[in-house]
Design a protein around this ligand. Structure first.
Ligand SMILES: Cc1cc2nc3c(=O)[nH]c(=O)nc-3n(C[C@H](O)[C@H](O)[C@H](O)COP(=O)(O)O)c2cc1C
Length: 344
């Protein structure tokens, strides 16, 4: 049994978190991961026509109906999502306060893609923190961002290497260096590692680097319980590590499967260009961009944006969540034991 500062902090059996994978729904896989002894995380959902606040509330109800164990949720605090994050950081903590079972189980809030200050500044979240053990982590895909998060007083960091699926930093530093940099600078702050992680060997590696757990996104897409379309799941098995690409186009700096969509959307190179682009967007264009995700959710894997980590190269089967977690834990423990033997 591997006990870490993170398993202790959250009272979980295994140091494994499922990634929040918005704009898609992750309630099914999150509930399964929590029930299996890890910590499942609800995404900030945002498919066209959906209200992210109502969906988050429904998803929280879903999780507590399917497990009695701890879980968490994500809010993206990026510039272009201000309308919804303003509502989420107030209404979700209030909703948690009003629902005793959710209050007992929802003990992890992870913000990402923008400032780490947005959630802690919310009066509703401050009130919740006074009566709940809930911890606030922020995603740090770059060293400067980790420094900022620590300065602003997060409870912990989710440090994400460039190998990961979904949005990435403009600096492009891989996990083996970034995780080490953050550990060198902040050895005492609780940290979980993300980005390209799908195996027990990687869990063993990041534990030895000072991390108390891992987040897996792409690995959990390839699970029976994940609600994503079958075509998407199958692609995480068929694709190899070399088949993802960082798209610096309309959807921002994001790691996607390198299909026709990705190949035809490499337009923007710098962060400044991206901000200028966002400001020039008409509402119709913004909707068209967002539709690239919706079409994927309907099963189109050619003309759509498919977030995927390089971890895809390590995934060879679609399995039940319990089986994924068991394998990762067994392999991590074996890896640690074998390494120790080498030095006897
Ligand atoms: C389909 C997909 C959607 C994602 N959406 C979000 C999101 O809404 N918020 C977020 O913080 N991270 C998001 N991410 C990043 C994940 O939280 C995590 O950092 C990433 O999946 C780790 O890399 P891996 O896929 O190789 O495990 C997304 C990743 C994927 C694959």
């Amino acid at each position: 049994m591997l006990k870490t500062n993170i398993t202790e902090m959250f009272g979980i059996k295994f140091p494994i978190f499922s990634a929040p994978m918005g704009p898609f729904h992750t309630e099914k896989v999150a509930a399964a991961v929590s029930e299996a002894g890890g910590l499942g995380v609800l995404a900030h959902v945002g498919l066209i026509g959906e209200n992210p606040v109502s969906v988050m509330k429904e998803n929280m109800k879903y999780v507590v109906e399917h497990t009695d164990k701890p879980f968490g949720f994500n809010i993206r605090t990026g510039r272009i999502e201000q309308y919804w994050y303003d509502k989420l950081v107030t209404e979700i903590p209030e909703f948690i306060m009003d629902n005793p079972k959710i209050k007992e189980q929802c003990i992890y809030a992870v913000t990402s893609a923008g400032s780490s200050r947005i959630l802690p500044q919310s009066k509703a979240f401050q009130k919740l923190k006074n009566v709940s053990p809930i911890k606030h982590f922020h995603v740090a895909p770059a060293f400067w961002l980790a420094e900022k998060c620590v300065k602003y007083g997060v409870d912990g960091l989710c440090v994400t290497g460039y190998e990961g699926g979904g949005h990435q930093s403009y600096e492009g530093v891989g996990g083996i260096v970034l995780l080490n940099q953050v550990q060198q600078a902040f050895p005492d702050i609780p940290k979980i590692a993300a980005g390209g992680i799908a195996t027990g060997i990687q869990l063993a590696a990041v534990l030895s680097m000072g991390y108390g757990g891992v987040v897996m996104g792409t690995r959990f897409i390839a699970s029976e319980e994940c609600g994503f379309p079958q075509e998407y799941k199958q692609l995480t098995i068929d694709a190899q590590a070399k088949d993802t690409v960082i798209l610096r186009g309309q959807l921002a700096n994001i790691r996607l499967y390198n299909n026709d969509y990705a190949k035809s959307h490499q337009v923007i190179v710098t962060k400044e260009e991206k901000i200028a682009y966002e400001q020039s967007l008409s509402q119709e264009q913004a909707i068209e961009n967002a539709l690239a995700y919706d079409k994927l959710y309907e099963g189109d894997i050619v003309n759509t944006a498919i977030p995927m980590g390089q971890s895809t190269g390590l995934i060879h089967d679609i399995k039940e969540v319990t089986s994924i977690i068991e394998t990762v834990m067994k392999d991590a423990e074996n890896s640690i034991k074998n390494t120790i033997k080498l030095f006897r």
